[in-house]
Design a protein around this ligand. Structure first.
Ligand SMILES: C[S@@+](CC[C@H](N)C(=O)[O-])C[C@H]1O[C@@H](n2cnc3c(N)ncnc32)[C@H](O)[C@@H]1O
Length: 203
């Protein structure tokens, strides 16, 4: 298939998608809004969390979900791509792998109750390469948890099911009391995407 034709097919499927339609009609920044909504409805992660870090936050629909549904949260959003401002969200334009950006985060956050990560590497389609990239992201996120997550805190992290799944789950089991793997209805069925809902960060 030519690139033009495959882009046209993607656009056709995308605009037919009921979650895309719902996002557009509700004025949300992206269909990702519904993923966090489903995760929160099932695991009730946001209500009891006062300080929240949203990693890979742009264009901003997860932060938008939190601000629209909950009052008085201390919300810090981080992304290497600039995010249009959302009132009540402190945005840091940075890369989670960059130590300077991590220092910026330390200036404004002490400890968080909840760390969210919707970060995905650029997918190459080469399984080993993609899984290695996801593993690197996992390592950065566990280091962020070690710096910022409170004991008993919660981590929600996107992952792509593949060869490093078992290893990552084993490592998460060492860090948290309870690990759940969840695929929201709003996550495209043809995507390998899943979310780890990790509850009870260990001392
Ligand atoms: C799927 S999008 C997130 C969508 C977002 N949750 C929302 O609801 O609008 C993934 C984001 O991860 C960001 N990202 C990827 N690698 C990153 C890194 N190393 N540091 C910071 N952000 C990163 C990308 O720039 C992209 O905006």
């Amino acid at each position: 298939m030519t690139k033009k034709k495959s882009t046209k097919n993607w656009l056709k499927k995308h605009t037919k998608d009921r979650y895309v339609k719902m996002s557009i009609s509700s004025g949300f920044r992206s269909r990702a809004f519904h993923k966090l909504q489903e995760i929160d409805e099932k695991y009730k992660i946001v209500k009891s969390s006062n300080t929240i870090i949203d990693l890979g936050a742009s264009p901003g629909s997860w932060s938008e979900y939190i601000i629209r549904n909950y009052k008085s949260k201390n919300l810090i959003a981080v992304d290497k791509i600039v995010m249009e401002p959302i009132q009540g969200v402190h945005f840091i334009n940075g890369d989670i792998n960059n130590s300077g950006d991590r220092e910026e985060m330390k200036k404004i956050i002490n400890k968080a109750d909840l760390v969210l990560s919707d970060i995905a590497p650029n997918i190459t389609g080469i399984e080993d390469v993609d899984q290695a990239h996801f593993f690197e992201i996992f390592e950065s996120i566990s280091s962020i948890c070690s710096d910022f997550l409170k004991v008993k805190g919660i981590l929600v992290m996107k992952f792509f099911n593949g060869s490093s799944y078992d290893l990552v789950k084993k490592r998460l089991n060492m860090l948290f009391n309870e690990i759940n793997t969840y695929k929201p209805d709003s996550s495209r069925s043809r995507s390998n995407e899943v979310f780890f809902i990790c509850i009870g960060y260990k001392d």
